[in-house]
Design a protein around this ligand. Sequence first.
Ligand SMILES: *Cc1c(COP(=O)(O)O)cnc(C)c1O
Length: 494
Amino acid sequence: MDIEQFRKAGYQAIDRICDYYYSLEERPVVSQVQPGYLREALPESAPEKGEDFQLIADDYQKHIIPGMSPWQHPSFFAYFPTAGTFEGMLGDLYCSSIPTPGFNWSCSPAATELEAVVMDWGAKLFGLDSQFLNSSGIGGGVIQTTASDSALVAVVAARSRYIRQYHTDVKQEDLIMYTTTQTHSLGLKAGLVLGLTCRALEVKIEDQFALREAVLRSAIEEDKKRGKHPFIIIATIGTTSSGAIDRLDEIGEVVKDYPSLWIHVDAAWAGVTLACPEFREVAMLDSINQYADSFCTNFHKWGLVNFDASAMWVRNRKDLTDALDITPEFLRSKHGDAGTVIDYRNWHLGLGRRFRSLKVWFVLRSYGAEGFRNYIRAGIDLNNYFATLVRGSSNFSLVTEPSFALTVFRIVPPSVTDPIASQTLLNSLNQSFHARISARHDIWLTQTMINGIFCIRFAVGAARTTKAHIDKAWKLINEEAEVVLANLGQEGRD
Ligand SMILES: *Cc1c(COP(=O)(O)O)cnc(C)c1O
């Protein structure tokens, strides 16, 4: 393809993307293809002779688009939203127009410098302490691929700090990392990858599934007595299942007595709410600033930046570079040796890295801090509206209090007077309900299990969702619930 052919194909691509977005709402929100559909449709090997690009572009429309579930659909309420904005898309386009591995400052100075700048913008947007700024020269921010990578990097840095500063002779098998039963699987994954024991601490429904001081303190005392070495606690602001918020203030108090324990705060989804001053208390900003060694939130979830862009800040960048800096001769550079620049390869696991700050820059400039905050507020308002509908219904009830833009609910019909005694019945009722919802093409909700309770998650945040979509969702939810409840009445009579 030459430059002029690229120009033509590029214009067409943008036209087709615009048409796609115009038609988004009429498309199924869940892809309807069956496993293996693509293998049947495509040749077994790459073509021997190059093909005309128009043919390739048409096949993208024909074969790939139907296999994509549009997470940007306004009736997408599953998992958590995955941000998609045109600004972010253009950032990715420009980024891939000058591919660069960006591992050292000198690879492409703008790639490193823009990342350092936009991560400072992000830190300020979220109200993080000045020590987390790249401009502080002490801590700093780096874009990782996902929150799982951010957690993995945090565990690697915490382990290295623990061994260097506190227990040079500790055996790997005696190290323990803490999560809770509600922590995202990233905790277990990090343990698996690093060969470390991960202990998931029990959290209770009466604490809204938050980790509290007493649980953490007794776990530490117990493990120390057994000769074990706890070295990191992964706390969550906004857990995946239910949006629970660990009591970082209490965790911080415990860690005052055990300063060798690293606190990593995983706020992959909910961290972006820190942009709004009114949510900072709930999202524990003061405690993050006081106690966190590292903090992560994903711009690519609710934060308007197209996947991927996981933002990670550390209080002390030396903890990262001490753990991860390997500088063979071929990677040495004048500025790196002099220590006058950031070499981001020493802040993450890989060597090469994408120029992701470009799309963050585009989004933050185009929306402005005000636009960003308004977007977060709109999602929370819509979710509060949904939660009000649930509260006002006699067939449904909330399983936990709504958290930011997430509501966890289930069917509890009026005939059930003792939900605990009727747990099995309620679970199977809600499973049937969720199966019916899942068979639809026009809405997507995911399920979760919290302490034995099967429940449905309703997560708002797709950029195109409006109040009308919430009303439509509520109507569909009620229609499906009525069928399930009618069947229940039927069975009762049999
Ligand atoms: C979504 C989510 C994650 C995982 O995010 P990735 O970026 O895909 O690794 C981790 N923690 C929480 C709380 C999440 O909501």
